[in-house]
Design a protein around this ligand. Structure first.
Ligand SMILES: *Cc1c(COP(=O)(O)O)cnc(C)c1O
Length: 339
């Protein structure tokens, strides 16, 4: 048995999802003639109470498009030092939009409204880049699946309003936060100018992300997507997977969270583990004891059929997901108790 806990992106479409994909109505989405893509975009726009939704091949492209919509070259975005847009999108912020990131020293990928306020460059001080955007991530990836306090997100909205800044949410795993904190998509739609959500993480789709946003701002999104090479044709096969996932794979995220919690409890009891970070959703980040060699530890797990990844600075990560079954979970917990 191979148990792959490297990421929640390793899932394969279920039988039900594959059936939905095979039966999808499709058309040329570059002409906006794909009924399945149109249905998915409409459904998500309504769910979040946003004017517009646009389907993307990847979350990175959706985020990169958002950065471009909010900024001009030379400007600056405020984000956490752990932000995916800064660490894991290949330098896209500078490559695509010609902007810089003002990195905040937050906790588990989250900062405060006053930290953001302090980081805004005075608009009349022309020596500094002009600050035009605040970007947050919920849940935080490098921060270990942590969920933002909604109050703080509201305070950030006020800061953005006062200083005339855009406000973007990288919601690759927003679904996990909604389930964990019992929040609604509407709450988020009311707060942000743009939101990206992934279908290929916890929801278990083979591909796809959606960018949601306010009307005027989103007018240019389809052009930016085309420029980035993201105009796709009969992509309704993928959108159909997304529609299926919203019906069948959203509420079950609570199971992934429960399993992550149980793994964390066992890890915390093992002498080779120095520290397990608080677990709020489906991501477990932990540190090995000083005497334990990371490579040896990973190799040992690999020899038992368990795949996990290193995050640098002695941290390791596991992510629970749709294809991590209860049988795997039982097996893995008993194995953990022997290391
Ligand atoms: C996965 C992820 C993305 C998008 O990644 P893609 O692999 O490009 O789909 C964006 N933000 C966060 C926080 C993520 O975890």
């Amino acid at each position: 048995m191979v148990i792959d806990l490297r990421s929640d992106t390793v899932t394969k479409p279920t039988k039900g999802m594959l059936d939905a994909m095979l039966n999808a109505q499709v058309g040329d989405d570059v002409y906006k003639e794909d009924p399945s893509v149109n249905a998915l975009e409409k459904r998500l726009a309504e769910m979040f109470g946003m004017d517009q939704a646009l389907f993307f091949p990847t979350g990175s492209m959706a985020n990169q498009t958002a950065l471009k919509l909010h900024t001009q070259p030379g400007e600056q975005v405020i984000c956490d030092k752990y932000a995916h847009i800064y660490n894991y999108e290949g330098g896209g912020a500078s490559f695509n939009s010609g902007i810089s990131c003002k990195l905040l020293d937050g906790k588990r990928g989250m900062f405060t409204a006053s930290q953001a306020k302090e980081a805004i460059n005075p608009p009349d001080f022309y020596h500094s880049p002009l600050t035009t955007l605040i970007e947050v991530e919920n849940t935080t990836n490098k921060g270990g699946g942590a969920c933002w306090d909604f109050n703080e997100l509201q305070k950030l909205r006020t800061v953005a309003d006062i200083h005339n800044l855009g406000y973007h949410l990288d919601g690759a795993r927003l679904w996990n936060a909604l389930v964990a904190k019992n929040e609604t998509p509407q709450q988020y739609g009311e707060l942000f100018d743009t939101i990206s959500v992934c279908l290929s993480k916890g929801l278990g789709c083979p591909m796809g992300s959606v960018l949601l946003g306010k009307g005027e701002l989103m007018e240019n999104a389809i052009r930016v997507r085309k420029i980035l090479g993201g105009g796709m044709r009969q992509v309704g096969f993928a959108a159909a997977a997304g529609l299926y996932a919203l019906d069948h794979h959203l509420n079950r995220l609570a199971e992934d969270h429960q399993k992550a919690q149980e793994i964390g409890e066992v890890l915390a009891s093992r002498s080779k583990i120095k520290k397990v970070e608080p677990i709020e959703t489906n991501i477990i980040i932990f540190e090995l004891d000083d005497g334990v060699d990371e490579k040896e530890f990973l190799n040992h797990l690999e020899s038992k059929g368990i795949k996990i990844i290193g995050m640098g600075s002695n941290k390791l990560r596991m992510v629970t997901h749709l294809d991590y079954t209860s049988a795997m979970h039982r097996h893995f917990l008993s194995l953990l108790k022997t290391i």
